[in-house]
Write a protein that binds this ligand. Structure first.
Ligand code: ADP
Ligand code: PAZ
Ligand code: K
Length: 260
């Protein structure tokens, strides 16, 4: 078995090859619904060769927060690896625990995947904070079910919104400022977003804990989680590979169910 796990977010799409015990490589491209199956393969095969990886892909699993990209990713799996991919969120893709949310709610597949990955590693009673295009807080119950959470604007989205809406505010990158009181425009913006975000994460986690009424651990993931770990003790652990791990867990769960 050689699994290709694909996590498609609103900004980036990440591919990772799982051989059943380790991730052999992780490749990242921007998300574009118009990218064709052939274009995915050209990019993918070039990088796999570059890293000298021998991978005979037998299985593909996809989680996508952008429904339109799934069509071309399905064609990619079928044409180049001869397999029908599992797509998280589709009825035929089983979850270790179904989510407990309002009827008719379509939970983001990335949140279901994070939940499965975090529960497998840590057990229940967790908050998973994922810093993507949006920042999501996923509450994982004692039995591993996703039971709701919070969606906040992402860090880069907030910076971009300032720049777009205010003529005199430049585009800036997010970093951790040494001081709160900025003495130039860039520092002021960075302070607002960074320390504002530290407040947002702390405040939301405190309120979730108060409402949940059981001790909870907080797991951080997504590209910007390490940046916030420098600020204060926000997380019990930071795991870059949590979404990929969740995809491997869900794939394994479905394979076992098929063979049972
Ligand atoms: N290591 C990083 N350093 C700085 N910015 C990052 C890093 N990783 C991701 N980003 C930025 O964070 C935002 C969210 O990225 P990502 O986690 O890939 O989002 P999504 O999963 O929604 O596609 C994007 O604006 C991306 O450019
Ligand atoms: C909240 C999200 C936009 C986050 O996506 P991302 O930042 O990973 O691209 C995504 O999980 C989503 O589209 N969710 C659907 C609504 C929900 O989860 O309740
Ligand atoms: K994500």
């Amino acid at each position: 078995m050689m699994l290709l796990a694909i996590d498609c977010g609103n900004t980036n799409t990440v591919f990772s090859i799982w051989d059943g015990s380790t991730f052999l490589c992780t490749l990242r491209t921007s998300t574009h619904h118009a990218r064709t199956a052939d274009a995915y393969f050209t990019w993918f095969s070039t990088l796999v060769k570059h890293y000298g990886i021998e991978a005979d892909i037998t299985d593909v699993i996809i989680s996508s927060t952008v429904p339109r990209v799934v069509f071309n990713l399905r064609v990619f799996a079928d044409r180049f690896f001869g397999c029908r991919p599992m797509v998280v969120g589709k009825p035929e893709c089983l979850l270790p625990q179904p989510p407990r949310v309002d009827p008719g709610t379509q939970v983001g597949p990335d949140r279901l995947v994070n939940t499965a990955g975090a529960y497998d590693r840590h057990g229940g009673d967790l908050i998973v904070v994922d810093f993507g295009t949006a920042t999501t807080f996923d509450v994982v119950a004692h039995d591993g079910a996703y039971v709701g959470g919070v969606i906040a604007p992402g860090v880069n989205l907030s910076l971009e919104a300032l720049h777009t809406a205010a003529a005199a505010l430049p585009h800036v990158d997010v970093t951790m400022p040494q001081k709160v009181i900025g003495t130039n425009t860039v520092e002021c913006m960075q302070s607002g977003v960074f320390w504002g975000y530290v407040g947002l994460v702390t405040g939301i986690c405190d309120r979730i804990r108060a409402e949940y009424e059981r001790p909870m651990r907080i797991i951080g993931t997504g590209g910007l989680a390490p940046l916030f770990a420098q600020g204060e003790m926000l997380f019990d652990s930071i795991e870059d590979d949590l979404t990929m791990h969740g995809l491997a867990v869900i794939h394994d769960y479905n394979k076992k169910a098929e063979n049972a």
